[in-house]
Write a protein that binds this ligand. Structure first.
Ligand code: ZN
Length: 476
């Protein structure tokens, strides 16, 4: 039986391994490994890799025959809300960077966690006119860090700031080495190609994480392939930028209607305009009724999308304040973002993310493996983009590979079915065959956030901002 767990070692001698994962195909490009071998885990770490490790010396033996064990998926763009942890565990995600869904991501983890490793960013308020003063900007960033986040997120695409305010936040975050990610767009542009080009300019020589690159290439300004080639061309060779893209057709936005009668999110307005709906209450209502606008609800322990008359009643019952999705991402643009390399053979976009979490599109593994089956990525490249890159982005030297001494974070996939079947974090099985066993988890934070993170009672992993790829890439 493959993928089964729980058999106790039969030896009476010393327990050498807490868990022995045996007979799986291990693919780890960092160590040029692609073999059917066993992995011995002790204290949450990989302590030995080899053939025929002694099962009698393991407290637990898990057979992975017929399955493939990859360095644990690190998702560099998620939104943690509701059942997000469980949804990520089911999707094979071991570690994730929350892109700012509010202040309670870390404090809610003791009750909502599924045993995963989580880092978080804090959303900065919008400054549509004058930029914040230096003191004010630094105070907001400092607050984010001391509350446990590793940095900040600017959400210009949804809630735009002026270009000057955006530039200011990027510069201040760089000054104090806080992580800084940007959903592009300002009062002068929007969440599209021109916003992306503006973001590159606003960063100047400062370091910036350009969030979900594919989502700016929806064919709003030009044909999506031409947009993608231009947008990727603008990112290529920029040592001060890191980026990710995702592989889902649906986006994530809000359905809230503001006092002016228009959706408060500029992304939602764009989505309506793209499909010929008016960017107002009546337009959004019609879009949901027609099945184009999809409302996120929690059902059966997970987030699902509802539309049509049911979607409209949920939207109205909640006074329009719902999370929503529209099928607006262009597969041709997502494909190019996932696969495009520069002349030196490096990927232009560093990582494949999901932009999922509580949004039901945690498809990095399923859709990424589809690209592998198609021949657009090798399995090694899939690992680089879904694990190794994320480890470098978050400064986690013991993740992103499966060498001896690495954290025993493993995503087990069934290559024939193209799905994740087991999520292992620190040697602990947090999900197997769709059943989530994990709870709690580990907060990834900086020294500044460590006291707040410790207060949660969860495990804490302290990272050094100097190790973030964001700040390292330009030095390499
Ligand atoms: Zn996002």
């Amino acid at each position: 039986m493959s993928g089964h767990c729980g058999r106790q070692g039969e030896g009476s001698g010393e327990v050498k391994y807490d868990v022995l994962f045996r007979w799986g195909r291990i693919v780890d490009p960092t160590h040029a490994r692609d073999d059917i071998v066993d992995i011995g885990v002790s204290g949450g770490k990989v302590v030995e890799i080899g053939e025929d490790l002694p099962a009698a010396e393991a407290a637990q033996v898990v057979d992975l025959e017929g399955l493939t064990a990859l360095p644990g998926v690190i998702d560099t763009h998620v939104h943690i809300r509701g059942p997000a942890h469980r949804m990520m565990a089911r999707a094979g995600i071991c570690t994730a960077l929350d892109m700012a869904d509010g202040g309670d991501v870390l404090t809610a983890m003791p009750s909502s966690g599924a045993g995963l490793n989580i880092a978080a960013l804090r959303t900065m308020p919008a400054y549509p006119d004058a930029p914040p003063g230096r003191e004010e900007g630094l105070r907001l960033i400092e607050k984010a860090l001391t509350e446990g986040s590793i940095g900040i997120k600017l959400i210009g695409g949804h809630n735009p700031s002026s270009p000057a305010a955006t530039e200011k936040f990027i510069a201040l975050a760089n000054e104090v080495h806080a992580y800084v990610a940007f959903h592009v767009g300002s009062t002068e542009t929007g969440s599209h190609l021109r916003g992306l080009l503006e973001a590159v300019a606003l960063a100047g020589s400062n370091c910036l994480h350009v969030a979900h690159v594919n989502s700016y290439l929806r064919g709003i300004t030009d044909d999506p392939v031409r947009e993608a080639l231009e947008g990727l061309g603008a990112l290529e060779g920029k040592r001060n930028l890191v980026s990710e893209s995702y592989l889902s057709i649906i986006n994530g936005t809000g359905g809230k209607i503001g006092d002016d009668g228009a959706p408060t999110s500029h992304v939602t307005r764009n989505c309506l305009k793209m499909a010929g709906y008016a960017p107002d209450r009546a337009g959004l209502r019609a879009a949901i009724a027609d099945g184009y606008g999809q409302v996120q609800i929690e059902e059966g322990g997970y987030t699902v999308l509802v539309t049509g008359s049911r979607g409209v009643s949920v939207w109205e019952d909640r006074d329009t304040d719902v999370s929503m999705s529209f099928p607006v991402n262009k597969p041709e643009a997502s494909f190019l973002c996932a696969t495009r390399k520069d002349a030196s053979g490096e990927f232009v976009v560093d990582a494949i993310s999901t932009d999922g979490g509580g949004i039901p599109r945690n498809v990095a593994v399923e859709h990424g493996l589809a690209l592998v089956r198609y021949g657009a990525l090798s399995l090694d490249e899939f690992v680089l983009k879904t694990s190794t890159a994320g480890a470098r982005m978050l400064g986690l030297a013991t993740k992103g590979h499966l060498g001896e001494g690495a954290d025993a974070d493993i995503t087990v996939v069934d290559e024939d079915l193209g799905v994740p079947v087991m999520t292992i974090v620190g040697g602990r099985i947090v999900m197997a065959h769709g059943i989530v066993y994990g709870d709690g988890g580990t907060i990834i934070t900086t020294a500044k956030g460590e006291p707040a993170a410790r207060e949660t009672g969860l495990n804490v992993r302290v990272v050094d901002p100097e190790d973030f790829l964001l700040f390292k890439k330009s030095r390499q």
